[in-house]
Write a protein that binds this ligand. Sequence first.
Ligand SMILES: Cc1cc2nc3c(=O)[nH]c(=O)nc-3n(C[C@H](O)[C@H](O)[C@H](O)COP(=O)(O)OP(=O)(O)OC[C@H]3O[C@@H](n4cnc5c(N)ncnc54)[C@H](O)[C@@H]3O)c2cc1C
Length: 463
Amino acid sequence: MNTKAPAKTVDVVVVGAGLSGLAAARTLQKAGLDVHVIEAADRVGGRVRSANVAGAHLDLGGTFVGPTQDRIIALSEEVGVKRFATYVEGGNLMHWGGTRRSYRGTIPSIGPIALVDAGRIQSALDKLSRSVPPGRPWDAPNAQELDAQSLGSWMRAHRATASTYEIFAIASRATWGCEPDELSLLHALHYIAMAGGLDLLLDTKNGAQEEHFVEGTHEIAARVAAELGEGRVHLSQPALSIDQTGDVALVRTPDLEFLARRVVIAVPVWMRQRIKVTPSLGPDAVALGQRWPGGVLSKAYAVYDRPFWRDFGLSGQAVSDRGPAVITFDASPEDGSVGVLLGFIGGKQARMWDSLPEDERRLRALNGFAELFGEQARHPRGYLDQRWVTEEWVGGGPCAAPAPGHVLPYAKTLIEPQHLIHWAGTETADQWSGFMDGAVRAGERAAAEVIAAVSNASITDKN
Ligand SMILES: Cc1cc2nc3c(=O)[nH]c(=O)nc-3n(C[C@H](O)[C@H](O)[C@H](O)COP(=O)(O)OP(=O)(O)OC[C@H]3O[C@@H](n4cnc5c(N)ncnc54)[C@H](O)[C@@H]3O)c2cc1C
């Protein structure tokens, strides 16, 4: 017997309550539309998630923001979530080729010759990225040639030294959750262009890691969801199917049905294929969902009585060629009342480490912290890790990592509306795609599309 309530007639259904879907819903509601959000998981936030461990607040997914990320900053300010500067005082550390050294700045000091070589590759990548128009990678000169190469093969063709290659491999693991050989060069360049250059992308001070949020990033999502009002966000309700007939879309979840004038889909691009859409999206749009997989990026957090590394003049920021965490940050609260080390584990290291049992993951992560910061790091008062591939409705992160040859054929279908369906999600942004800022921008852009479409339809109806 079918016990479902009768289909509810609404203006817009938003699929996915990550920052993108929530930003879309907020904009649509402010424009006076009747909006409902359906979310597959039992919580809002998607790739932003928080936890409290041993007195510390931890951001398990999206964490940092920086200059030019205006939309996430504006949204956080509107809902009253405050920011503070990431701790950067003192020396950074690197564990490289079996030895530990201190350095300042973003590129580790692996010796003068290696430093020059890393700078050369960075300049060349930055220069090439400026030839890729944000939001239109297909318009780049030589787009085909750029898409046919991987970031790794390009570095080899440009005779990057082994150290330079490894530095950019670490950046690739932490940025895209994949190895340089797994990523289309065109995608890497487009991503860099959308961030405004490698310095903005990789730096802490004056870059994307400059600040984090006092109450955590999840609080932004939670407050936007609360603002939407009681009964507007439906948890544990994955969109199963969307049937578009004439000017109405029937959206089905396990327990609910909606008849909507428009639908905004704000799920990770590789999750699109789990929703059955009729009429079919068409071969390229279907292939997009299959050929733009999520990367593999995990996090390990250790909580200490104090940020003890600061006593030794260290910032807590480190790079390691051994891992499992290849990059670390001091993620302590603003008042330093407890010490928090955050380690990023990505790409091939994450694939190996993610499959270990929890006690083994913890042991290896803390060994890595101890190699960098000394024996004290082996004994935290709390520990937590997060493996994003294991999240049923996110299944990877931080963003899409398409292989060589997989950008050009499908990129145009990323945001092309399909009859009554509009696309959001950070992967569809043309600035800071892959970041929380891109998620908010994409949600607001999709909402603007819907508002225009619905007002045009109303004018046509009246005539
Ligand atoms: C480890 C890690 C670190 C990161 N660090 C940073 C950082 O420091 N700074 C930064 O700016 N960004 C960072 N990011 C990226 C950032 O978190 C994401 O870009 C952003 O949160 C994506 O938001 P979104 O709304 O586009 O997608 P998501 O957050 O993935 O939201 C999509 C939602 O759709 C839901 N969903 C999926 N399928 C369905 C379905 N069929 N029906 C209904 N709902 C569905 C999912 O459950 C999810 O809630 C990081 C990400 C990770 C994983």
